[in-house]
Structures are given as structure tokens and as C-alpha cells.
Design a protein around this ligand. Sequence first.
Ligand code: FES
Length: 199
Amino acid sequence: MVEGQRPEGGITRRKFTFGIMIASMLGAAASFLSLLKVVTPAKKGAGYVSTIKPGDQLVLAKGANAGAPVKPSSMKVGDAVLVYPAGKTSNPANIVQLIKLDQSAFKPPTRMELVDQGFVAYSAICTHLGCTVSWVKNPADPDESFTECFCHNSMFSPVQGAKVIGGPAPIPIAQIGVKVQGDSLVFTSGFTGPIGPQV
Ligand code: FES
């Protein structure tokens, strides 16, 4: 074979070098795009779209009776449970904390038209980074019980519209309307504000 002549069925050195350059450029572009994805913050509350509708029945989210309707008579002042709307338990944005307190214990900015017989409900998703909140019961004074997120210790006051009383959460947890209907509870509204992480 004469030097510089393209071998039959092969490629020239120039074409080979050009191919390497194109591959390198594509690799660099892909790296840049993946870096952009990391440094661009996710949209607030992204992916948290509740499908709760007025009239949906509240069912227990956890425990041996998960899926069973919540019986108002089973809850005492100072109790709280995690609930879902019946038939919509696969959507994590639908999880709600149902709390029973003295009807007279609530203060602004609690939306009293969304409270019934001491039952108040808030999204159970922390507004900091989206962990599920817990309930800290004060047996000595049940109305002083509060909601806490143990991921980074944000605390929320259930008698004051779930206002932030400690920790890094930037905004209150959104309230949602509930009312007693026979021996069960139903939702009466959508959420009063955004749900999910808000940072
Ligand atoms: S996710 Fe709740 S305090 Fe951070």
C-alpha cells in the first residue's frame, strides 16, 4: 500500500481525528447540561399536586387499620392521625394530618370555617424540604400540643393556622377543610396555600 493512500474499507487518519473531536464535544455538552440540572433549583412544591376534592372521606393512612374511615368518636382532644382521602392513597401529595383540639382553642390565622367540632387538618408535608410531619402531644395541656418535622426540627402551631414556631420551615403548612358527617369525616375544601417544600 502506498503511504497516505486510504486502505480499502478503512478510514483516513483525518476522518478518525475529526470523529474523536465531535465525540469529545458531545461529551462536554452532556456534562454541561447535567451540571446545569444540579445547580438549577427545583421549582417550589414541584411534583406536589393534591387531588383531594370536597366530599372525599378521610381514611387512616397508617397502622393496622390503614384505609379504614376515621371515626370522629375515636379521637380525643390532643390526638392527631395521618389520613388520606379515600381511594386516593397512592398520591403522596394527598397526605394530611388530622388533629382534634378544643374548638375554643383556635386563634387567627386559623381558618375557622374549615374547622368542625375541634377537628382541624393541615397538609402533612413539611414546607422545608418535604418530610412527613409528626405530632408532639402534650398530655398535661393537649391544646399546647404541636406539629413537628423531625428532619430538621421545624415546629408548627396547630391552633394558629400551623404557623411556624421554630426551625427552618419558611411558611406555614396549608390548612384544608374538614367536617364531621355521621360517624366519619369528609374534606370540605382544597388546601389554603401551597404544599410541599417551599425553599
Ligand atoms: S424537611 Fe421538615 S424541617 Fe426540614
